[in-house]
Design a protein around this ligand. Structure first.
Ligand SMILES: [Fe+2]
Ligand SMILES: [Fe+2]
Length: 188
């Protein structure tokens, strides 16, 4: 039986636009595949996909207010780009309701920026969010195939693609993304 807290999160999910719900359902699909290939817990993988964008449609003032209400640690970057709060906020919602486990909360927390020291669940979610079949960029299928074969190489390739896309648009990289990139450079 599904608990009351989970029911509240389900309600939140259904308040999202259809577009966002479909995206999240496709992310869940990719998470299931990645979990299957790489030995992750399938239920936790589904929670990560389900929860990752629960706060994605909050307005900027709501994101800032909710981050304060939840006492989340942020940086100046987060204040100037409040949309970056949507991961940490949703992670905290699941954590406060004891849904999922630390791997799920880490995954949701870092799904937009990536970060140093991420576990396989977080790497999988970062990948799944970027390569779900609703995304349309030329390398999408290749990245998905690579990640299904090798999670680490897939993560690294998606991270590099995300970084170059961000830079092409003239946007600054979040410090966590820079740290993630350095970490993956040191490994490679
Ligand atoms: Fe997101
Ligand atoms: Fe997403």
């Amino acid at each position: 039986m599904i608990g009351l807290e989970a029911q509240t999160l389900l309600e939140r999910f259904h308040q999202l636009t259809e577009h966002r719900q479909s995206h999240s359902m496709r992310v869940i699909g990719v998470m299931e595949e990645l979990a299957d290939r790489h030995g992750l817990d399938p239920e936790l993988a589904r929670w990560a996909g389900f929860g990752h964008d629960l706060a994605r449609e909050f307005s900027r003032p709501c994101l800032l207010a909710e981050s304060r209400r939840l006492n989340l640690d942020g940086d100046e970057f987060m204040t100037s780009e409040p949309i970056l709060w949507h991961g940490p906020i949703a992670a905290k919602w699941l954590q406060n309701q004891n849904i999922g486990d630390p791997s799920v909360w880490q995954a949701i927390r870092y799904h937009t920026t990536a970060g140093p020291g991420l576990g396989p669940m977080a790497k999988a979610l970062f990948i799944a969010d970027a390569v779900e079949p609703g995304r349309s960029f030329p390398a999408r299928e290749g990245l998905q195939a690579l990640a299904l074969k090798d999670l680490e190489s897939g993560y690294r390739a998606v991270l590099e693609a995300t970084v170059s896309y961000t830079q092409q648009r003239g946007l600054a990289l979040h410090p966590d993304t820079v740290k993630a990139l350095r970490e993956s450079d040191n490994r490679g």
